[in-house]
Ligand binder design. Structure first.
Ligand code: ATP
Ligand code: ZN
Length: 297
């Protein structure tokens, strides 16, 4: 094969992952020449080009060396890995990207109820993910028949082609609309950066590493929150324990209130209302949670 000196990233041409993937790459400083309906987008600053394809084709394109990296759902990547003779080799999940969250779940007709995996014994389950479902069934000691369907899996029970389904769920609205109830989660999924286990040992490998470093910075900033609050000194330990990622806070004295401090801390991950309420009960007040725009240690 002719060698390439530019890095090539595969991503979904149009679908749920397209916009967030484009935004992520833009945040990493990558710019591409606009070509809405083309397969190929030429990168303008860095030597990185894009290939816009169906999400299902992404793992294969990386495995064959047509692309170096890809942005794809973990569900699609894992299913591809399981279809390979040596699932542990070849492709790897290099980073999880925090968007496109969903789960691959088994669902049963609402009126059936669900009281555990054994209930699925001897049943037919429709899915587009035979590899992942097969793995779950084996690990739960269930002997069920897997019916492969490329799409419209959710109507299989009503059509009588299966007793249950195994499909992607996010809000659960599709399940409700089809009178199904979620019974068991097979895997939790989100968009991931996929690549071969060993990056090429040439310029492309160097570009890939540069991109991974930028990506780590972007992910860290996106997932960080700055929290500011005031608290009694004697409540500091309790409050710090409640902060996501248990950061080491910076303390500032409060004029005229020697038993009080202002706490500033960089948290890993978002801070929920529940966590704020817990901190308030522990003695914190005047709490502010701020997004972080850029970070340089
Ligand atoms: P194509 O094959 O044309 O690229 P698609 O129909 O397979 O598109 P989408 O429906 O856009 O793909 O889903 C892409 C990915 O988005 C899924 O593989 C999954 O990882 C993720 N996703 C997040 N939430 C959901 C959901 N509720 N239903 C389906 N996929 C979801
Ligand atoms: Zn697809």
């Amino acid at each position: 094969m002719k060698s390439r000196d530019r890095l090539r990233i595969a991503m979904q041409k149009s679908g749920r992952l397209t916009e967030p993937a484009q935004e992520l790459l833009a945040r990493c400083g990558l710019k591409f020449r606009q070509s809405r309906d083309k397969l190929f987008c030429f990168g303008e600053g860095e030597p990185v080009d894009l290939l816009l394809v169906r999400d299902d084709d992404i793992p294969g394109l990386i495995a064959e060396g047509v692309c170096d990296l890809g942005i794809v759902g973990r569900n699609v990547l894992r299913e591809f890995q399981l279809s390979q003779p040596e699932p542990g080799e070849g492709l790897a999940e290099l980073r999880s990207l925090g968007f496109g969250r969903c789960r691959l779940s088994i669902a049963v007709p609402h009126e059936d109820g669900y009281d555990g995996p054994a209930q699925l014994d001897g049943r037919a389950i429709a899915t587009s993910y035979p590899g992942l479902l097969g793995e779950w069934l084996r690990s739960h000691g269930v002997a069920a028949r897997v019916v492969y369907l490329a799409g419209s899996v959710e109507i299989a029970p009503r059509l009588g082609t299966a007793d249950a389904i195994c499909d992607l769920v996010s809000s659960g609205a599709t399940l409700v609309a089809n009178q199904l109830r979620e019974a068991a989660v097979v895997i939790e999924s989100e968009a991931v950066l996929a690549g071969r286990r060993d990056l090429p040992a040439d310029e492309r490998g160097e570009i890939a590493e540069l991109l991974l470093r930028r990506l780590d910075g972007v992910i860290q900033v996106r997932d960080s929150r700055l929290i500011l609050l005031q608290a009694p000194r004697n409540a500091l330990d309790d409050i710090t324990r409640l902060l996501p990622g248990m950061p080491v806070p910076t303390l500032t004295a409060v004029d005229g209130a020697p038993d009080q401090v202002v706490v500033q801390a960089l948290c890993a991950g978002s801070v929920s209302w529940r966590q704020l309420e817990d901190m308030k009960r522990a003695g914190a007040r005047d709490m502010l949670v701020l997004p972080v725009e850029k970070m340089l240690a």
